[in-house]
Design a protein around this ligand. Sequence first.
Ligand code: HEC
Length: 144
Amino acid sequence: MRKLIYLLILGAMFIISCGQEGNKNEANNSESDNNKEVKGKEIYNRICIACHQSNGEGTPGSFPPLAKSDFLKNKDSVIAQVLNGKKGEIKVNGMVYNNVMPPMGTALKDQEVVDVINYVYASFGNDGSKVTIDQVKHIRATVE
Ligand code: HEC
Protein backbone atom coordinates (compact mmCIF):
# COMPACT_ATOMS: atom_id res chain seq x y z
CA MET A 1 0.00 0.00 0.00
CA ARG A 2 2.74 2.42 0.99
CA LYS A 3 4.59 1.59 -2.20
CA LEU A 4 1.51 2.35 -4.28
CA ILE A 5 1.02 5.77 -2.67
CA TYR A 6 4.70 6.51 -3.20
CA LEU A 7 4.36 5.61 -6.88
CA LEU A 8 1.25 7.75 -7.21
CA ILE A 9 3.03 10.73 -5.69
CA LEU A 10 6.01 10.22 -7.99
CA GLY A 11 3.67 9.98 -10.97
CA ALA A 12 1.86 13.15 -9.95
CA MET A 13 5.13 15.00 -9.51
CA PHE A 14 6.25 13.86 -12.94
CA ILE A 15 3.05 15.09 -14.56
CA ILE A 16 3.19 18.41 -12.73
CA SER A 17 6.81 19.01 -13.71
CA CYS A 18 6.04 18.22 -17.37
CA GLY A 19 3.16 20.64 -17.26
CA GLN A 20 5.36 23.35 -15.86
CA GLU A 21 7.95 22.76 -18.54
CA GLY A 22 5.26 23.18 -21.19
CA ASN A 23 3.98 26.34 -19.61
CA LYS A 24 7.43 27.76 -19.35
CA ASN A 25 8.04 27.28 -23.09
CA GLU A 26 4.70 28.77 -23.92
CA ALA A 27 5.39 31.75 -21.69
CA ASN A 28 8.77 32.31 -23.33
CA ASN A 29 7.35 32.24 -26.84
CA SER A 30 4.47 34.54 -26.15
CA GLU A 31 6.75 36.79 -24.16
CA SER A 32 9.00 37.51 -27.15
CA ASP A 33 5.98 38.07 -29.41
CA ASN A 34 4.40 40.23 -26.74
CA ASN A 35 7.61 42.20 -26.38
CA LYS A 36 7.58 43.07 -30.07
CA GLU A 37 3.94 44.01 -29.89
CA VAL A 38 4.57 46.12 -26.81
CA LYS A 39 7.46 47.86 -28.55
CA GLY A 40 5.39 48.45 -31.68
CA LYS A 41 2.58 49.88 -29.59
CA GLU A 42 5.00 52.04 -27.64
CA ILE A 43 6.42 53.51 -30.88
CA TYR A 44 2.93 54.02 -32.29
CA ASN A 45 1.82 55.84 -29.15
CA ARG A 46 4.97 57.96 -29.11
CA ILE A 47 5.04 58.95 -32.78
CA CYS A 48 2.18 57.92 -35.06
CA ILE A 49 -0.72 58.54 -32.71
CA ALA A 50 -0.40 62.34 -33.05
CA CYS A 51 -1.68 62.18 -36.61
CA HIS A 52 -3.25 58.75 -37.11
CA GLN A 53 -5.08 58.79 -33.72
CA SER A 54 -5.32 56.10 -31.07
CA ASN A 55 -7.95 54.17 -33.01
CA GLY A 56 -5.98 54.42 -36.27
CA GLU A 57 -8.83 56.32 -37.92
CA GLY A 58 -6.77 59.44 -38.67
CA THR A 59 -8.65 62.68 -39.32
CA PRO A 60 -10.79 62.84 -42.46
CA GLY A 61 -9.39 65.35 -44.92
CA SER A 62 -6.05 65.71 -43.11
CA PHE A 63 -4.60 62.42 -41.89
CA PRO A 64 -5.49 59.18 -43.64
CA PRO A 65 -6.63 56.16 -41.63
CA LEU A 66 -4.46 53.14 -40.89
CA ALA A 67 -7.56 51.25 -39.79
CA LYS A 68 -8.59 49.04 -42.71
CA SER A 69 -6.59 51.23 -45.07
CA ASP A 70 -6.35 49.82 -48.60
CA PHE A 71 -2.86 51.32 -48.81
CA LEU A 72 -1.69 48.58 -46.40
CA LYS A 73 -2.07 45.92 -49.12
CA ASN A 74 1.30 46.87 -50.57
CA LYS A 75 3.86 46.18 -47.85
CA ASP A 76 6.75 47.77 -49.78
CA SER A 77 4.80 51.03 -50.02
CA VAL A 78 4.02 50.93 -46.30
CA ILE A 79 7.68 50.43 -45.39
CA ALA A 80 8.71 53.22 -47.80
CA GLN A 81 5.99 55.45 -46.34
CA VAL A 82 7.32 55.03 -42.78
CA LEU A 83 10.99 55.38 -43.79
CA ASN A 84 10.59 58.36 -46.15
CA GLY A 85 7.30 59.95 -45.22
CA LYS A 86 5.36 61.54 -48.04
CA LYS A 87 4.37 64.88 -49.48
CA GLY A 88 1.57 65.41 -51.94
CA GLU A 89 -1.44 63.45 -53.05
CA ILE A 90 -2.23 60.02 -51.74
CA LYS A 91 -5.49 58.12 -52.11
CA VAL A 92 -6.64 56.01 -49.18
CA ASN A 93 -9.94 54.12 -49.20
CA GLY A 94 -11.13 56.28 -52.09
CA MET A 95 -10.36 59.59 -50.39
CA VAL A 96 -7.62 61.93 -51.58
CA TYR A 97 -5.25 63.44 -49.01
CA ASN A 98 -2.69 66.07 -49.81
CA ASN A 99 -0.60 66.61 -46.74
CA VAL A 100 2.85 65.86 -45.36
CA MET A 101 4.07 62.93 -43.32
CA PRO A 102 7.60 63.45 -42.00
CA PRO A 103 10.18 60.71 -42.67
CA MET A 104 10.79 58.33 -39.75
CA GLY A 105 13.77 56.50 -41.23
CA THR A 106 16.35 58.34 -39.17
CA ALA A 107 14.44 58.20 -35.89
CA LEU A 108 13.58 54.50 -36.14
CA LYS A 109 15.92 51.52 -36.44
CA ASP A 110 15.02 48.71 -38.86
CA GLN A 111 13.61 46.53 -36.07
CA GLU A 112 11.52 49.45 -34.77
CA VAL A 113 10.10 50.01 -38.26
CA VAL A 114 9.19 46.30 -38.35
CA ASP A 115 7.60 46.41 -34.88
CA VAL A 116 5.50 49.52 -35.47
CA ILE A 117 4.27 48.35 -38.89
CA ASN A 118 3.40 44.90 -37.54
CA TYR A 119 1.59 46.57 -34.66
CA VAL A 120 -0.47 48.55 -37.19
CA TYR A 121 -1.21 45.34 -39.15
CA ALA A 122 -2.24 43.57 -35.94
CA SER A 123 -4.48 46.42 -34.78
CA PHE A 124 -7.47 48.53 -35.85
CA GLY A 125 -9.28 45.62 -37.51
CA ASN A 126 -6.43 45.05 -39.98
CA ASP A 127 -5.56 41.60 -41.32
CA GLY A 128 -2.49 40.73 -39.20
CA SER A 129 0.01 40.77 -42.09
CA LYS A 130 3.64 40.98 -41.13
CA VAL A 131 6.72 42.60 -42.60
CA THR A 132 10.23 41.30 -41.97
CA ILE A 133 13.47 43.04 -41.12
CA ASP A 134 14.89 41.91 -44.50
CA GLN A 135 12.11 43.71 -46.33
CA VAL A 136 12.82 46.88 -44.35
CA LYS A 137 16.57 46.64 -45.02
CA HIS A 138 15.85 46.09 -48.72
CA ILE A 139 13.57 49.13 -49.03
CA ARG A 140 15.99 51.25 -47.02
CA ALA A 141 18.77 50.29 -49.43
CA THR A 142 16.74 51.00 -52.58
CA VAL A 143 15.49 54.47 -51.68
CA GLU A 144 17.38 57.73 -51.95
C1 HEC B 1 2.88 64.50 -38.44
C2 HEC B 1 1.79 63.61 -38.76
C3 HEC B 1 2.09 62.13 -39.01
C4 HEC B 1 2.81 61.26 -38.23
C5 HEC B 1 3.51 61.54 -36.92
C6 HEC B 1 2.73 59.97 -38.90
N1 HEC B 1 2.02 60.08 -40.05
FE1 HEC B 1 1.59 58.59 -41.36
N2 HEC B 1 0.70 59.91 -42.59
C7 HEC B 1 0.52 61.26 -42.33
C8 HEC B 1 -0.02 61.92 -43.52
C9 HEC B 1 -0.37 63.39 -43.63
C10 HEC B 1 -0.14 60.93 -44.49
C11 HEC B 1 -0.60 61.14 -45.92
C12 HEC B 1 0.54 61.81 -46.67
C13 HEC B 1 0.12 62.62 -47.87
O1 HEC B 1 -0.92 63.27 -47.80
O2 HEC B 1 0.86 62.60 -48.86
C14 HEC B 1 0.28 59.67 -43.86
C15 HEC B 1 0.24 58.43 -44.47
C16 HEC B 1 0.58 57.23 -43.87
C17 HEC B 1 0.41 55.92 -44.48
C18 HEC B 1 -0.13 55.61 -45.87
C19 HEC B 1 -1.58 55.93 -45.99
C20 HEC B 1 -2.49 55.14 -45.08
O3 HEC B 1 -3.24 55.80 -44.33
O4 HEC B 1 -2.47 53.91 -45.07
C21 HEC B 1 0.89 55.02 -43.57
C22 HEC B 1 0.92 53.50 -43.74
C23 HEC B 1 1.36 55.75 -42.42
N3 HEC B 1 1.15 57.09 -42.64
C24 HEC B 1 1.90 55.17 -41.31
C25 HEC B 1 2.45 55.90 -40.24
C26 HEC B 1 3.13 55.29 -39.13
C27 HEC B 1 3.31 53.80 -38.91
C28 HEC B 1 3.56 56.32 -38.33
C29 HEC B 1 4.40 56.23 -37.08
C30 HEC B 1 5.68 55.58 -37.19
C31 HEC B 1 3.10 57.56 -38.95
N4 HEC B 1 2.44 57.26 -40.11
C32 HEC B 1 3.31 58.81 -38.42
C33 HEC B 1 0.84 61.91 -41.18
C34 HEC B 1 1.61 61.39 -40.15
